[in-house]
Design a protein around this ligand. Structure first.
Ligand SMILES: NC(=O)C1=CN([C@@H]2O[C@H](COP(=O)(O)OP(=O)(O)OC[C@H]3O[C@@H](n4cnc5c(N)ncnc54)[C@H](OP(=O)(O)O)[C@@H]3O)[C@@H](O)[C@H]2O)C=CC1
Ligand SMILES: CC(=O)N[C@@H](CCC(=O)OP(=O)(O)O)C(=O)O
Length: 414
């Protein structure tokens, strides 16, 4: 059977990704679908997308600022917010690119009518913080600055503005843990205490009322979504977890670094931060919370010559008397009503290309050949579910919008 003979019934993007049981029909079966239902689907599509490629902003749009809009996560935020029907991006900032127009920094933002209007020029953060009128006109501030930089700026933001920080600055609850892994004292310890960890599928209730959301790190997102439910239900041994992680190069950010030079990345793969990566305490903090006692994991990240994507292969020991079927059932039940996390059908290995450009995390579990062990796989796009997509999911939650608003893309493939 050839692809041209097939019609994928979920072409319409209003159909949630969760519809995993959607079948491919032969084109000749199409006539048996009622014309009425086809019209109904079309009408819904037109209404939800305003018959244009993007939705228009409602009059009562949430006013948003983005610190660090000239970086990778900033650009990804603007790409996503461009199709958000209830958001107006009012301010964007940069450091080296301050004063430039956004289209000059990112050519993809020069197209006419392809996005909600965005501010023409990148301003510097200090000018924004000094302009109290402009600052106070914002309701939500995304902070896409390097870790260590965010905390001092965020401490100056008025408390009526809700902040979503994409850096690592507010993820660790213990100031001592932060100092140990980041090598410096935290400059906003009080704020660190009140920050809520923004892994929506785990902390949804507390995020809703948060003033400051600490958006999770990319590697910790993929690891925790696979492991937290299993630890909560005591299905795996908390002291025998090996996380073998691979990331695309955009994870390192846009600033020029030796480690992300083309000649030193392409056609090669290497581990880094072995036994010392700063995401170790973040992963351990989340897993300890899930099982109620401290956890020590083996976490080894690798850099892969691709632009985006994270795949984690996670090797664990089952608790005594537990089988793989219980693990599958636990993941299936936990994520049955979650829009962005899915357990794939048995035997299908999650791939980064299945999630490229999307806010989805795909999971699966396989029996290891070594008895009583299983292998979990978790795939995300580091810039979307691992950063800006998750940040928008958090904003949707804070603002009372449906969580999946502006996040319903299907992966760009191939
Ligand atoms: N990339 C990823 O996959 C992920 C990143 N994160 C985290 O999100 C944050 C942003 O990451 P990413 O977008 O990749 O980083 P980039 O390096 O691509 O961008 C950083 C941004 O911050 C600005 N900036 C840098 N230094 C300063 C400063 N001292 N004062 C004000 N602005 C400054 C830069 O401006 P300019 O370029 O104009 O100098 C740029 O806009 C980081 O904390 C990162 O660790 C989290 C999850 C995943
Ligand atoms: C490939 C690569 O370099 N990845 C980054 C992680 C990106 C991320 O999530 O960083 P934050 O914790 O600062 O948000 C790293 O290993 O440091």
């Amino acid at each position: 059977m050839y692809t041209k003979d097939l019609f994928f019934i979920s072409l319409c993007h209003t159909l949630p990704y969760k519809a995993k049981e959607t079948k491919l029909f032969h084109v000749s079966d199409w006539k048996y679908c009622s014309a009425k239902s086809r019209v109904g689907r079309w009408r819904r599509t037109k209404r939800s997308s305003g018959n244009k490629c993007v939705s228009s902003v409602t009059s009562a749009a949430v006013q948003v600022g983005i610190l660090g809009a000239s970086g990778y996560t900033g650009a990804e935020l603007l790409r996503i917010l461009a199709k958000h029907p209830h958001v107006q991006v009012k301010v964007i900032t940069a450091e080296r690119s301050a004063g430039k127009s956004y289209g000059e920094v990112f050519g993809q933002f020069q197209y006419k009518n392809s996005h909600n209007s965005i501010p023409e020029t990148l301003m510097d953060v200090s000018s924004l913080l000094e302009n109290s009128k402009l600052l106070n006109s914002l309701q939500v501030l995304f902070c896409c600055l390097p870790h260590g930089t965010s905390q001092a700026y965020i401490a100056q933001v008025p408390s009526n503005i809700r902040i979503i920080d994409l850096s690592a600055d507010f993820r660790l609850q213990e100031p001592n843990t932060y100092q140990k892994w980041y090598g410096k004292e935290h400059k906003a310890v009080e704020l660190q205490k009140e920050a809520v960890y923004g892994l929506v599928e785990v902390h949804r209730a507390s995020i809703r009322n948060a003033h400051l959301v600490a958006n999770p790190g990319c590697y910790p997102t993929a690891a925790q979504l696979a492991l937290v439910p299993l630890l909560k239900h005591r299905l795996i041994d908390a002291n025998d977890i090996v996380i073998d992680a691979k990331s695309g190069v955009s994870g390192a950010g846009r600033a020029l670094k030796e480690t992300s030079l083309f000649c030193e990345v392409h056609e090669g793969i290497h581990a880094y931060g072995v036994g010392s990566h700063r995401h170790i305490p973040e992963i351990e903090q989340g897993l300890a919370e899930a099982c109620g006692h401290s956890v020590v994991v083996n976490f080894t990240p690798h850099l892969i010559p691709m632009s985006r994507g994270i795949l984690e292969s996670i090797y664990v020991r089952l608790s005594s008397g537990v089988g793989i079927a219980e693990v599958r059932k636990c993941l299936q039940d936990t994520y049955a009503n979650e829009h962005f996390v899915s357990l794939l059908r048995e035997g299908i290995v999650p791939q980064t290309r299945f999630v490229k450009g999307t806010n989805h995390c795909l999971l699966n579990v396989f029996q290891d050949r070594i008895s009583n062990r299983i292998i979990l796989f978790s795939a995300i796009d580091n810039l979307v579910k691992g950063a800006s997509g998750q940040a928008v999911q958090n904003m949707n939650l804070l603002c009372g919008f449906p969580e999946e608003t502006a996040l319903q893309d299907v992966a760009l493939f191939p």
